[in-house]
Design a protein around this ligand. Sequence first.
Ligand code: COA
Length: 193
Amino acid sequence: MINGKSEPTLFSNKTLLRELDVDKDTPQLYIILKNPEIHQWLGTEVPKNVNEVRQSIKNYCKSNDLYSWAIVDIDTRKTIGFYYLWKPVQQIDGTRIIPAESQRLAKHCWRKGYMKEARKLVYNFAFNELQVEEIHAQVWKSNINSIKSMEHCGFQKYKEVEKTILKYEKKYIECHYRLKKDYLTKSTLIKET
Ligand SMILES: CC(C)(COP(=O)(O)OP(=O)(O)OC[C@H]1O[C@@H](n2cnc3c(N)ncnc32)[C@H](O)[C@@H]1OP(=O)(O)O)[C@@H](O)C(=O)NCCC(=O)NCCS
């Protein structure tokens, strides 16, 4: 149901994206999110307990504004992260865009190709099924892992905004990126496959 709430199941031979399930995914996501490295360049904190994670997943699942997927390792069938994609909106100039996206991947899975596969699946869905013209994403300038991961699949920066980080009580630079279908087509991610 593309215009309803349900997320389509998307998969490659390495990564499966299926609708987040509060009961099934909370225990594994709690373990993943307990690692402080995951939150280092984000406004989020290490969860205090499993209920905090459960509540947060519940809220995201209930939201009609986004698609929320669990990222699953095809081989082990274990949940290794999540992927949130905001639903399309129309800009004043008429452009149909995805305003934001967000991901978390278990530390032991970084740079192993899972996120590359997940991105391919999600962007295929966004450009071909949702027929958006652009996908936008915001990232702290110090989040090198995320910036490299995004630039690898073609995202281009179009502005920087100074903001205050409540968590660290200091100023930081938020980078605004966008991806168009032709950026993706010409990206290293697509060329290497
Ligand atoms: C951001 C995140 C999702 C990236 O996932 P990943 O699996 O580590 O990275 P990717 O597989 O997508 O990286 C794709 C390519 O980008 C480049 N790249 C990624 N990280 C890099 C780094 N630190 N240095 C240099 N190049 C890098 C590489 O070319 C990489 O391909 P390779 O692994 O074959 O060399 C992961 O680090 C994460 O969950 N971080 C914590 C949460 C977070 O910051 N989320 C994003 C903001 S919402």
